[in-house]
Design a binder for this molecule. Structure first.
Ligand code: SAH
Length: 263
């Protein structure tokens, strides 16, 4: 068990029969919070997502049961219901249930939905924030989320299921803000998103960066522009998990000395 030293006195007690919704950060175990490490050491059962890496699973209480609850086919909605039902069931068995998610549990991680289900079931829970990939991933790529010279705001948004139907996003409205767009889960829909941003008047020269597997040994950063982004993604074979950054903060990466040879 990892000794938290003087931090230990600040740790809440992980009570049996409760669920902790914990963020694991973008991947590097060094970016776990002390509360996440504390929870990993005490959990009776760990229910984890696909984005949680093996290195993090190595530091869980050796006596804990591990249950994978990531996406592997199946209908997403039914799957989510299965997960929340399982969390409730495990808590009612008197276990310390650790629900571990990539990044922050409340940022595009369905942690909010799971918390609502736990409240409805009367199961006590705690939320432990994590470093969200849309911010931590940028830092690891050498891209400041804000500087006074470039932007007064950033927009964290999902690119998934957001181009048509009832969930359609008004991309033009976001383009008009001028604030950098930081897109989660955008790889599949990029060919639909980029033309809408260009049609809204965003310059074709707008810098774009793709940060893949941020903070892990497989981290990769590809810099592009709105004009060439779709082709560059195909040519470079960029795959999820990737954060897409669109805006004038991207060139700061080079100014900070990050670039080829320094991922
Ligand atoms: N709760 C998570 C987000 C879950 S949605 C968080 O706060 O980070 C899944 C998306 O997150 C992925 O499609 C990708 O866009 C992003 N993501 C998660 N981990 C990442 C990583 N290590 N590198 C790049 N993108 C990542």
């Amino acid at each position: 068990m990892i000794d938290l030293g003087p931090l230990a006195q600040h740790m809440p007690e992980f009570l049996p029969g409760t669920v902790w919704l914990v963020g694991a950060g973008p991947g590097d175990p060094g970016l776990l919070t002390a509360q996440a490490i504390h929870a990993l050491a005490r959990a009776d059962v760990l229910v984890y997502d696909a984005l949680v890496g093996d290195e993090i699973l190595k530091i869980v209480n050796p006596a804990a049961e591990l249950e994978f609850a990531g996406k592997r086919g199946g209908k997403p909605s039914a799957k989510q219901r299965d997960i929340t039902e399982r969390l409730i069931e495990l808590a009612r068995q008197g276990k310390r249930v650790l629900r571990l998610k990539g990044g922050d549990p409340f940022v595009f991680g369905r942690g909010g939905e799971e918390a609502l289900a736990l409240v409805a079931a009367g199961v006590p829970f705690r939320v432990v924030p994590g470093i969200t990939s849309g911010l931590g991933g940028l830092a690891m790529a050498g891209i400041p989320a804000t500087t006074r010279d470039t932007n007064q705001a950033i927009t964290l948004m999902t690119g998934h299921c957001a181009t048509q139907g009832p969930e359609a996003v008004d991309w033009a409205a976001f383009a008009r803000t001028g604030a950098p767009l930081i897109l989660y889960m955008a790889m599949n829909n990029l060919p639909k998103i980029v033309p809408q941003l260009l049609a809204a008047g965003m310059s074709a020269a707008t810098p774009v960066a793709f940060v893949t597997n941020a903070s892990t040994p497989r981290q990769r950063v590809v810099v592009s522009t709105l004009a060439t982004a779709i082709d560059d993604v195909a040519a470079a074979g960029i795959e999820p998990p990737t954060i897409t950054v669109i805006g004038d903060i991207v060139p700061l990466r080079a100014a900070l000395g990050f670039g080829d040879g320094r991922p």
